[in-house]
Design a protein around this ligand. Structure first.
Ligand code: ATP
Ligand code: MG
Length: 160
């Protein structure tokens, strides 16, 4: 159950290597070389979250841009993972509804891009089920950042 975040991120980014090359979107990983504690999580579930978020970041970005994936510790109890893109962004008025099931910005545009509008709501559900939080911040025509946290894995300590 303890999941090593840097290792997980590397694995997930490798899955996108081909798409990244084809679409000419650079995937950049950034995390502290050491001192990042393991998180308490189901590895496959978190892979699904990252798959969703990185797919979005790439889907809603143009060529020759960068997607940055960062991990850091917040306090001593959580690890935060940020996925940042330089894509089309999301208007303020859509931002509050973005985690709803089937919600997609601009139906016509979204239809041509494929998808169901479930990715973010599933990601949110998984993160909340792990006791984490998820937020999205975006600037129209500039880019988007999705941040989520996962609790640090604590070994059971037995006193005596
Ligand atoms: P699915 O993930 O089911 O294939 P989807 O990507 O449309 O479809 P979500 O991942 O839930 O669905 O995202 C909902 C909507 O939020 C998207 O349709 C898109 O308009 C917007 N969105 C999500 N991520 C980004 C992003 N990184 N940049 C710009 N818009 C985004
Ligand atoms: Mg999606």
């Amino acid at each position: 159950q303890p999941v090593n975040v840097p290792e997980l991120l590397q694995d997930v980014v490798e899955r996108f290597a081909l798409q990244s090359r084809q679409e000419n979107i650079e995937l950049q990983l950034d995390f502290p070389a050491h001192d990042l504690p393991p998180v308490k999580a189901d590895r496959d579930n978190i892979i699904q979250v990252l798959d969703n978020l990185i797919s979005n970041a790439m889907k809603y970005s143009n060529e020759n841009t960068k997607v940055m994936i960062q991990a850091c510790e917040v306090g001593e109890k959580y690890v935060r993972i940020d996925i940042m893109d330089e894509g089309m962004g999301i208007r303020k008025r859509d931002l509050t509804r973005i985690f709803e099931r089937f919600y997609r910005v601009d139906k016509a545009r979204s239809r041509s891009m494929g998808g169901t509008g479930l990715g973010l709501s599933i990601a949110r559900q998984i993160v909340l089920a792990h006791g984490g939080t998820i937020e999205i911040d975006s600037e129209w025509q500039k880019g988007t950042r999705v941040s989520f946290t996962l609790p640090v894995y604590e070994e059971m300590k037995n006193e005596s």
